[in-house]
Write a protein that binds this ligand. Sequence first.
Ligand SMILES: Nc1ncnc2c1ncn2[C@@H]1O[C@H](COP(=O)(O)OP(=O)(O)OP(=O)(O)O)[C@@H](O)[C@H]1O
Length: 255
Amino acid sequence: MSASAHILLQKVSVEFPILSFRERSLRRRFMRAVTPFKARPQAPTHIVSALNDVSLDIRAGDRVALVGANGAGKTTLLRVLAGIYHPTSGSADVSGRCLSLFDLAAGFDEEATGYENIMRRGLVVGARRAEIEARRAEIADFTELGDKLDLPLRTYSSGMLLRLIFAVATAVEGEIVLLDEWIGVGDQQFRRKARQRLDDIVARAGILVLASHDIDLLKNTCNRAVLLQQGRIVTTGTVDEIIDRYLAGTGGAGT
Ligand SMILES: Nc1ncnc2c1ncn2[C@@H]1O[C@H](COP(=O)(O)OP(=O)(O)OP(=O)(O)O)[C@@H](O)[C@H]1O
């Protein structure tokens, strides 16, 4: 297990400015472009505050459960840790290589072959070209897709696609593993194999951050938990304490 992994979030907020539908229409955008600046009406925007003043110190050995109702900010927090979103204010320092096991379909190209996609997606998850080339045969073997890897992705069944996506996403190791729900893919036999691979990756990681609504999974996998509500941390503690509190409705949906 990597002992050097460390995450330090200090007062992190993430806001999304939302343009109104009217403002996004092509005609409106054209009119704005041709209207002198002073004569333009103010853009009617709405701001969604997805994370608000979030501070966390996560160290090697921590298996952190992100707990909260729909829209609480769990995925946004994972995306900040993965470097996909930058904080609107505050700072996010993440030391250690991150393996982001969510948004898995990003970086795949329907028209490219399975083999070409192994390289494309590998680069998206931050692996080096030489590293992916060295692991190409192992990734191909893991998918059990054989000659189908020479065909474009658009010819794959959904199960075949998931095998490829999972095999590539888990081909490189991370000191920090970020998971948005546990991944279960494929038919029964592949699912067992995938579960074993994921268990091994998590066991070797220095830090795990797992967002899920599956209480048993969180209790069995994590040792710490963070309860989020409307983008704010309500409380942190042991996974049992926090889940009991969440289930009791303190920080749950609608509270
Ligand atoms: N790209 C975006 N643009 C605008 N608002 C967003 C965006 N992403 C998230 N949000 C908003 O931020 C808030 C937090 O969303 P997030 O996806 O982080 O919640 P979550 O806790 O992961 O929810 P769930 O359990 O449903 O997956 C929600 O109000 C959501 O509507």
